[in-house]
Design a protein around this ligand. Structure first.
Ligand SMILES: NC(=O)C1=CN([C@@H]2O[C@H](COP(=O)(O)OP(=O)(O)OC[C@H]3O[C@@H](n4cnc5c(N)ncnc54)[C@H](OP(=O)(O)O)[C@@H]3O)[C@@H](O)[C@H]2O)C=CC1
Ligand SMILES: O=C(O)CCCC(=O)O
Length: 480
């Protein structure tokens, strides 16, 4: 078990408070490490350090910033197994998936090392004689990255890599449940030789750390992934200092299977969009609209494939589905299934959770669950479940399913399965979502813009779009 300190201004330091935050393995209930419980004073120190470091980092030539990022990328690949083991121990996902996440996380570092060098401005033809118009893109300043527990590595690099590439400096606040993966990444940042103060980490009280960050005028940008509830708080708090905000929030993705779909592709899509990370993904498919003519065949294929899943401790080799993150999540998933059953749904598979031994406080496992005879009045159809539950509702027409799919305040991801190209494009265009997987259950890619419509967020991460969030535009008018 490792006891971490805070990393501020290039040094590992203790928080003023002696009590520590214990990090629990959700598969076993064991303590796997501790981190400091930082509050206002430590957060201010981190902001001071990032603000000071910005002076030099922001003017460092882009190719030199890229070299640091490339070094970090190499180190992440060399240490992928070690980071992934920590990730599985604190978050629960199977080790293979954790390794996949670390590589995915590293791919953002690699991508933005390149993107750093392509931060092009513009020249615009002037309408006055002897005048030139230049458009410059300059780093926004100190960035606070606030990240969730479901992707403890990738959600960090997806924010800090473009921030660093753009010339910004960073204060990172990882989730309380998964700070150890963050610490591993910080260790590699130190090893890569980034100048002191360029990246700082604080762990501790989210409300106090959040408030300290939000009230500080020197922090110019918030990059957040997490719940819509906290996203709204941060957006309100950002108003006083007009901070730039990027918010990646909750989702409630519809998964639509038309009667002309390739059902094998669709079933594969369910596994990718719903069962990875035990369904704890903001873009996870959450409600399944299956055409009435193919629902029977779809459910049978799905049930058949589910038989091959093994639930358990993610460190065990053949486990394909790990635990839910904690007791709250376990209770939420159980409540959703119970509510559906009480309102008339049928359990086709799964339908129950279990613990490590008989200890209710250790191991939060929930069997992948298929529900049929589902109605729109059930919680599963209007709340984000964040668990391995597949509620299936049937439909008849394209218009009907588009209307039902859009009937939510969320707008992150949607999935459409059809072998008709024209139907696929027509429906995709009508869906009010930032990401549509057309015959594709895993549309996350480093080079693509990831983000939501409506209450699923603001801004985009990934690709060249992801750099924009960390750059200000300056128009320079030059008289010759
Ligand atoms: N869009 C997505 O990818 C995610 C969606 N969710 C959804 O949200 C639900 C709750 O998950 P949870 O992890 O609690 O998500 P939160 O939104 O509470 O947490 C995300 C991050 O925000 C921090 N945070 C919490 N409150 C504040 C605050 N007032 N000011 C600043 N930072 C704050 C958390 O810190 P700390 O961990 O210390 O509380 C964490 O680092 C999930 O069940 C799921 O439905 C959750 C995670 C990711
Ligand atoms: O669930 C999230 O918080 C982000 C999704 C990760 C990805 O697929 O890019």
């Amino acid at each position: 078990m490792k006891e971490y300190k805070l990393y501020i201004n290039g040094e590992w330091i203790e928080a003023d408070q002696e009590e520590k935050i214990e990090v629990i393995n959700p598969a076993t209930g064991e303590i796997v490490g501790t981190v400091p419980n930082a509050k206002e004073a430590e957060t201010k120190k981190a902001i001071d350090a990032a603000y000071k470091a910005f002076e030099e980092w922001s003017i460092l030539p882009a190719n030199k910033r890229a070299r640091y990022l490339n070094k970090l990328f190499q180190l992440m690949l060399e240490n992928q197994k070690d980071i992934a083991e920590t990730l599985t121990k604190e978050q629960g996902k199977p080790l293979k998936e954790a390794i996949g996440e670390v590589r995915y996380a590293a791919s953002y570092v690699e991508w933005y090392a390149e993107e750093a060098k392509r931060n092009y401005g513009e020249t615009i033809p002037a309408f006055r004689k002897n005048t030139k118009i230049l458009v410059l893109r300059q780093p926004v300043g100190v960035v606070a990255a606030i990240t969730p527990w479901n992707f403890p590595a990738a959600m960090i690099t997806r924010k800090i890599a473009p921030a660093l590439a753009a010339g910004c400096t960073v204060v990172l606040k990882p989730a309380e449940q998964t700070p150890l993966t963050a610490m591993k990444i910080i260790e590699l940042i130190e090893k890569a030789g980034f100048p002191k103060g360029v990246v700082n980490i604080v762990t501790g009280d989210p409300v106090i750390i959040g408030k300290t960050i939000m009230e500080d005028n020197r922090v110019r940008k918030i990059a957040f992934t997490g719940s819509t509830e906290v996203g709204k708080i941060l957006m309100k708090q950002s108003a006083d200092t007009i901070k730039r905000v990027s918010l990646e929030l909750g989702g409630h993705a519809p998964f639509i299977v038309f009667d002309d779909a390739d059902l094998d592709k669709a079933v594969k899509g369910v596994f990718a969009s719903k069962l990875l990370n035990c369904g704890q993904i903001c873009m996870a498919s959450n409600r399944f609209y299956v055409h009435e003519d193919v629902v029977g065949a779809f459910v049978e294929k799905l049930k058949d494939k589910l038989k091959r899943c093994k639930i358990g401790n993610g460190l065990e080799e053949d486990v394909t589905i790990g635990p839910l993150i904690d007791k709250n999540s376990f209770e939420k998933v159980s409540r959703h299934v119970q509510d559906a059953v009480e309102k008339g749904a049928t359990i086709e598979a799964g339908g129950e959770g279990f613990h490590q031994g008989n200890n209710e406080d250790a191991g939060y496992f929930y069997a992948p669950t298929i529900l049929s005879n589902v109605g729109e009045n059930m919680c599963v159809m209007y709340e984000e479940t964040f668990g391995p539950v597949i509620p299936i509702i049937t439909f008849k027409t394209e218009e009907e399913v588009i209307k039902a799919s859009n009937n939510t305040n969320y707008g992150l991801a949607a999935y459409v399965f059809t072998e008709s190209l024209s139907r696929g494009l027509r429906v995709s265009e009508k869906l009010e979502y930032g990401i549509v997987g057309l015959n594709d259950g895993s549309p996350s890619e480093v080079q693509a813009p990831f983000g939501g419509w409506k209450e699923s967020g603001i801004g985009r991460e990934g690709g060249h779009h992801g750099m924009d969030a960390f750059l200000e535009t300056k128009y320079l008018s030059i008289g010759l």
